[in-house]
Design a protein around this ligand. Structure first.
Ligand code: ZN
Length: 310
């Protein structure tokens, strides 16, 4: 069993409109945009990162806005709900705020003894806020969201699976422990991880596989401290029979990827070097940062990429 994984690192999804995506995560949810860059493989598409002040692993929601892609069809083999932690007593504020801002899919419920508010992102993305006591993470405030309400980062992701068996085994191999089971959902916890430490597995044996598109989670990334522990994880996964990519430099972290038995794409990402490697913390996310191999495209991209604000 591995002991290098520390919980969630980031979640990456797809969107249809960059400007709408940016407005939703900054103005509506009150997160900080910590990086404005482009997709390594298609530099004409943004890669936008939202999180806390510095983009601490476990707080970072990232998006590829592909202009005008069709909506995804929700199903199994993917993350269905991305769950964000908010302070106890704040859901009333959020219900009112999200309603006022025209957010759809609002539904208050309770799972595993926690109060939560489900809502949909701009492309029907499945999200929920859950009230968490004693989340030690510092809030990013502003845009009318105060410290008593602000999102602290991820609480969990919920994956939809036709059969959870092999994924439960994998999560345990990665260091997660089973915490509870209720209504077809298995909750796992990373005992010595960061605050983004829960995973829910929803078994839906009669549901078709999802079709990826706008509003779909593309992959979920788990955090390791550094490159050395990432290599240990990579070797252990390969020794177990997983096909894992080589280590890829993503500028703000190093990444490896592998497809899980339930169909969900996993990444293991390093906590180093972080989002302040090419911008001051005070100005994170403001400028267009380009990967080395795409720097020559700046004059074109400055013209063609959609303006996010103004
Ligand atoms: Zn990623």
């Amino acid at each position: 069993m591995l002991n290098q994984i520390k919980g969630l690192h980031h979640v990456t999804s797809m969107a249809a409109d960059a400007r709408q995506n940016n407005t939703f995560f900054t103005d509506t949810l009150g997160l900080r945009r910590v990086k404005k860059t482009v997709n390594f493989d298609s530099p004409d598409v943004y890669h936008l990162y939202y999180g806390d002040e510095t983009g601490t692993p476990g707080t970072v929601m990232t998006y590829f806005p592909f202009p005008d892609i069709g909506r995804g069809r929700p199903g199994t083999g993917e993350v269905g709900t991305t769950v964000l932690s908010v302070p106890v007593g704040s859901l009333g504020f959020w219900q009112e705020r999200l309603t006022k801002k025209g957010v759809t899919g609002l539904k208050a419920d309770e799972t595993f003894g926690e109060k939560r508010l489900e809502f949909a992102g701009p492309d029907g993305d499945g999200f929920a806020l859950v009230e968490v006591r004693d989340d030690s993470r510092a809030p990013w405030t502003g845009n009318g969201v105060g410290a008593d309400q602000a999102i602290r980062g991820f609480h969990s992701v919920a994956m939809r699976l036709r059969d959870e068996g092999a994924t439960v085994e994998l999560m345990k191999f990665m260091g997660y422990q089973e915490l509870d089971r209720k209504d077809g959902v298995t909750r796992l916890i990373m005992p010595d991880g960061n605050d983004a430490k829960f995973i829910d597995l929803e078994t839906m044996p009669n549901t078709n596989r999802g079709l990826q598109g706008a509003g779909s989670v593309h992959h979920v990334a788990f955090a390791v401290d550094n490159r050395a522990t990432q290599l240990e994880v990579r070797k252990a996964l390969m020794d177990t029979g997983y096909q894992v990519t080589p280590v890829i430099d993503r500028d703000y972290f190093w990444a490896i990827y592998f497809r899980t038995p339930g169909g969900v794409l996993f990444e293991v990402a390093t906590n180093e070097p972080g989002f302040d490697r090419d911008e001051d913390t005070a100005h994170l996310g403001e400028g267009l940062m380009l990967p080395q191999q795409h720097k020559h495209l700046r004059p074109i991209l400055a013209q063609t990429l959609q303006k996010l604000e103004g």
